[in-house]
Design a protein around this ligand. Structure first.
Ligand code: AMP
Ligand code: MG
Length: 281
């Protein structure tokens, strides 16, 4: 735990019992410091994260089947892409399994909603990152009635069973929901429309989705209530301050990796003997 965090990020951010309606999206739970300190710390902790992830990767290369999967959810502009760039961007890309889930393709639509998810799961030793996930099938699918209610209602339990299976197979799930305020989203969408280098992030539909904000809040509340389990808890991150959200995810990942209690894999050779051989060569 870094000096600025007086309690583990996991404890400060765990969603148990949280009401989204009461959430202050500009808060910085668990962090004691200002923006400048937070940004400095982000660089420092990014290096720590990279070291922990390298150990996971090294163990994977030696046959360890364990993995860590970061699941990112949040409304448009909540900062999912920024987490991928800045947090995951600080680690060795060889050890990262990244997948982004958009509107299902024709092929994906022919399958069960978990089909495309299963195909993207991290291999042993990998840090998996899901930019959106199986949760879209109880978020956008519920809000827009893409499937009948009895279908999406059944998915909550299905997701719990699926996640139980992942955990039993050695995957640590770090499920993060990023929340910005409706006003902050407006400011971020405005920026996307005013900067040519940000047009690519904008879809006209993003504006229409704003009308569904309360329905999304309810759908998010439901996943926290129904899919926040002991083995795969949800973490809620107020995300109006991008630096804070990035720092919080960095800490959650460091804590998850440290929990695996990884050490550097033992050599399959005798280093001293090999050194002697090398010197003679
Ligand atoms: P973006 O993350 O901005 O690239 O947008 C991806 C879009 O895909 C969002 O509008 C999501 O709501 C949508 N999407 C993701 N998963 C699903 C799904 N299972 N069903 C329908 N739409 C989805
Ligand atoms: Mg988008």
């Amino acid at each position: 735990m870094a000096e600025y965090w007086k309690e583990p990020a996991r404890r400060a951010l765990r969603a148990d019992g949280l009401r989204i309606a009461d959430l202050d999206t500009s808060a910085r739970p668990g962090f004691h410091g200002d923006k400048a300190g937070g940004k400095r710390l982000l660089v420092e902790r990014g290096r720590v994260l990279a070291g922990e992830q390298e150990k996971l990767y090294a163990n994977g290369r030696s046959g360890d089947r364990r993995s860590v999967l970061l699941v990112l959810q949040g409304m448009d502009t909540a900062g999912k892409g920024g987490i991928v760039r800045h947090v995951i961007g600080s680690v060795d890309p060889q050890g990262v399994d990244h997948a982004a889930f958009g509107v299902p393709t024709e092929e994906e639509k022919q399958h069960h909603f978990l089909w495309r998810i299963r195909r993207a799961l991290p291999r042993g030793g990998q840090l998996g990152v899901f930019d959106r996930s199986h949760y879209e099938d109880v978020l956008v699918a519920r809000v827009h009635g893409l499937v009948p209610e009895e279908v999406w209602q059944g998915r909550y339990e299905e997701i719990n069973r699926f996640e139980r299976e992942l955990v039993d197979n050695g995957t640590t799930l770090v499920k993060v929901a990023l929340f910005v305020s409706l006003d902050e989203q407006k400011a971020r969408l405005r920026e996307r429309l005013q900067r040519p280098d940000k047009y690519w992030k904008f879809s006209p539909g993003d504006i229409d989705e704003r009308a569904y904000w309360p329905a999304y809040q309810d759908a998010y509340q439901a996943i926290l209530d129904r899919n926040g389990t002991e083995y795969a808890p949800w973490y809620v991150i107020p995300a109006d301050a991008k630096w804070y959200a990035r720092l919080a995810v960095t800490e959650l990942l460091i804590e998850a990796l440290r929990d695996l209690d990884l050490s550097w894999p033992a050599p399959t050779f005798d280093p001293a003997a090999e050194l002697r051989r090398l010197e003679r060569s």
